[in-house]
Design a protein around this ligand. Structure first.
Ligand code: NAD
Length: 306
């Protein structure tokens, strides 16, 4: 049997840990020896209201089971206060799980600035603020783990969720760059697109599907990505839920190279459109310079046949 992953002596901050996935993460890490900051603003799934109860309930549950936890009731937009809670209570921070989130679903035609801005504030600015506050600690101790939360809606698009999709795909770019900047300091950063039964999904999925999507079944992957040994995975995107774990990556078609002169016209592209969209011999780019290298190589070989 594989050895149980433990997090003794480590401090984990879980944002939005008062319910759903965040609660499952918090209970798990506490049960495996970590000290946990249970952050939650206690808002509705649309981001309305606010209460300390959500975080308190989880902290009490952890303490009743003999674990270590403190509550924090700040919005992720005040990420520095959340990280300060970890430092004040436990003296350090090792793992940050940026999980807090809300929805403001509305068709693009009816989208209001408020729906757009609030989603971006919570998901994008909130994740930035928490990570920014934790970053100096991670760098100084040459250890850190960040797990950000994207969504299939961000990766693939989803009707009525332009605001949420844009914010969730931002988590991917943010994570990919953080991973590059953190590599030298043993800071590993990954992003998950989870699927789980929660108040966010209970109105859009039937009960028989939800029964197979317990939040606890997203936790094992997050534990692997957060652990100090076991992985050097960083800058990666995972889909996870219902017991399934898969990695996603970018795929580029073999592409079309035309001579960059007066013959390089829209018509020339249309003529070779099949080639632009041909994935039979794909590449898997992982950095912005890959394209320039590809271009250099293609130029050496010369343009595709006219
Ligand atoms: P949830 O609504 O059960 O939990 C989200 C928690 O975040 C709530 O407790 C809420 O009070 C808290 N929160 C909201 N705004 C906050 C803020 N500004 N500061 C601090 N806390 C705040 O939802 P969930 O399904 O557990 O979602 C967790 C994360 O996973 C979210 O980022 C969500 O977008 C993402 N996600 C979930 C699913 C899914 O299938 N459940 C799918 C894709 C992505």
């Amino acid at each position: 049997m594989a050895e149980q992953l433990r997090f003794d002596g480590q401090v984990v901050v879980v944002t939005g840990a008062g319910g759903g996935l965040g609660k499952a993460y918090a209970l798990f890490f506490a049960s495996r020896g970590a000290s946990v900051v249970v952050n939650d603003l206690g808002v509705s799934f649309k981001g309305e209201g606010g209460s300390s109860k959500a975080a308190d309930v989880v902290v009490n549950e952890i303490k009743a089971a003999g674990g270590k936890a403190v509550a924090n009731y700040d919005s992720v937009e005040d990420g520095d206060k959340i990280i300060y809670t970890a430092i004040q209570a436990f003296g350090r921070i090792d793992i940050l799980i940026n999980n807090a989130g809300i929805l403001r679903d509305v068709s693009f035609k009816n989208m209001k600035d408020q729906d757009w801005d609030l989603i971006n504030k919570v998901h994008v600015r909130g994740t930035y603020k928490c990570t920014r506050a934790a970053w100096p600690h991670f760098r100084k101790q040459k250890f850190g783990r960040v797990i950000n939360t994207a969504s299939a809606a961000g990766l693939f698009g989803s009707f009525g969720q332009t605001n949420y999709s844009a914010a969730k795909l931002a988590m991917v770019g943010f994570t990919e760059t953080l991973a590059k900047e953190g590599a030298k300091y043993n800071i590993l950063c990954n992003v998950i697109a989870p699927i789980a039964a929660s108040r966010m999904t209970e109105t859009v999925m039937p009960p028989e599907v939800l029964n197979n999507l317990r939040p606890e079944w997203v936790v094992p992957l997050v534990a692997v990505l957060a652990h100090k040994n076991n992985t050097d995975e960083s800058g990666s995107i995972f889909e996870v839920g219902g017991g399934h774990v898969a990695k996603l990556r970018w795929e580029r078609s073999s592409g079309l190279l035309l001579k960059a002169d007066e013959t390089y016209t829209p018509g020339a592209i249309i003529k070779k459109w099949d080639r632009v969209t041909d994935f039979s011999d794909p590449q898997y780019p992982s950095g912005p310079n890959d394209f320039l290298t590809l271009l250099e190589e293609s130029m050496k070989m010369g343009p595709n046949d006219p």
